[in-house]
Design a protein around this ligand. Structure first.
Ligand code: IMP
Ligand code: MG
Length: 184
């Protein structure tokens, strides 16, 4: 039986996201920024974060997916942490980021494979600056040495859902971040 246990409440999320917005604002005074959200997990975080930023700001979305060893294995793979290590672009940004102050917005930084792939891709645009805001960070799972500039919460090695994060596309609409267990 699948079981959900609240790890981070909606109130804690709201407080932290507001702090992150203030920090980004303080670090970028007088500069326009463009937020690039990673679909689909970061959509809800991005929507809340940009409204906490007192800057001239625009946003874009980019989409990636991990290659799977067999059809239908993705959700299972993500739960058991068995990443194949290959990332593929499913949706590119709609404009050049050349000369822009880019902030990539991720739901969770796990092995670092996705972020490493996206960082290389977006640096190819030759932005003026490049930073990463991740709502969650699981440093114990890192395979590649990469860090976010802004981290909402550092969490243990558990599978979490809610506030945009999914298991097999489910649970993205939960307002709290919950640990999911008991998936077979
Ligand atoms: P990475 O490439 O291993 O860093 O994985 C990042 C992506 O894996 C995230 O953007 C999520 O889509 C997914 N992911 C990693 N851990 C979790 C989790 O605990 N819950 C839901 N998705 C996760
Ligand atoms: Mg994601």
């Amino acid at each position: 039986m699948q079981e959900l246990k609240v790890l981070i409440t909606r109130e804690q999320i709201a407080t932290r996201v507001a702090e992150m917005g203030r920090q980004i604002t303080a670090d970028s005074v007088g500069e326009p920024v463009i937020f690039v959200g990673v679909l689909k997990g970061a959509a809800i975080f991005l929507a809340d974060l940009i409204r906490m930023v007192g800057l001239e700001a625009t946003f874009e979305f980019i989409g990636v997916s991990s290659y799977c060893s067999r059809p239908g294995a993705e959700a299972e793979q993500r739960l058991t942490w068995d990443s194949t290590g290959e990332v593929r672009l499913t949706k590119d940004v709609d404009q050049s980021l050349r000369g822009k102050n880019v902030i990539l917005v991720e739901d969770i930084l796990d092995t670092g494979l996705t972020l490493t792939f996206l960082k290389r891709l977006l640096l190819g645009h030759q932005p003026k600056s490049f930073r990463v805001a991740a709502l969650l960070d699981k440093p114990s799972r890192r395979k590649l040495a990469i860090e976010a500039d802004y981290v909402g919460f550092t969490i243990p090695d558990d599978f979490v859902v809610g506030y945009g994060l999914d298991y097999a596309e489910q649970y993205r609409n939960l307002p709290d971040i919950c640990v999911l267990s008991g998936v077979s």
